[in-house]
Ligand binder design. Sequence first.
Ligand code: COA
Length: 167
Amino acid sequence: MTETKPPSVAVYPGTFDPITNGHVDIIKRALRMFDKVIIVIAVNTQKTPLFSIEERIDMINQCFSSTNDRIQVDITTGLIVDFAVKNDACAIVRGLRAVSDFDYEFQLALMNRKLERRVETVFLMTGFRWIFISSSIIKDAARHGGDISGVVPAHVRNALAEKFSRG
Ligand code: COA
């Protein structure tokens, strides 16, 4: 009798304030490797997000077809490794843009490994077009009326424009 392999699940954590085309690029790459990717809005205590959790979930959901059952969006206020274990995920996906990301990502990955050895961190290279973007840089450009088309999906651009037009 042949055993059925359980689906491979990865979690992709981040602040997603807001989701950018760079994040979407990483999610699409992860979907080539894993059966399912859970995009998790996690708390980075160093950050004060511009968008509420509900707004961020909504913007992420709008990036993908609602019928795509290989993508799930969730939130956690706890440790990402605990979330991964609870959701039978074997890996945490993180995107690398430039060498400057490496130090922090290396520390994060080693701490996560220390906390939970069953979950591996997998680094994926961001597409070249997205190497120089980050949510903060995009928010700053939008705040000053800069053109951010092409670096975020249209609905995110509209949400940023609305946020900043309200002052
Ligand atoms: N394209 C564009 N930008 C990207 C990107 C990509 N592919 N990948 C990352 N970025 C940017 C993000 O926009 C973000 O920009 P910002 O700093 O201007 O907001 C930055 O790179 C990194 O953010 P992100 O990937 O969202 O990570 P984070 O550092 O905000 O979040 C957590 C880190 C939330 C995943 C981490 O703190 C965590 O796991 N928290 C839960 C508690 C926990 O388990 N901690 C670890 C053990 S102590």
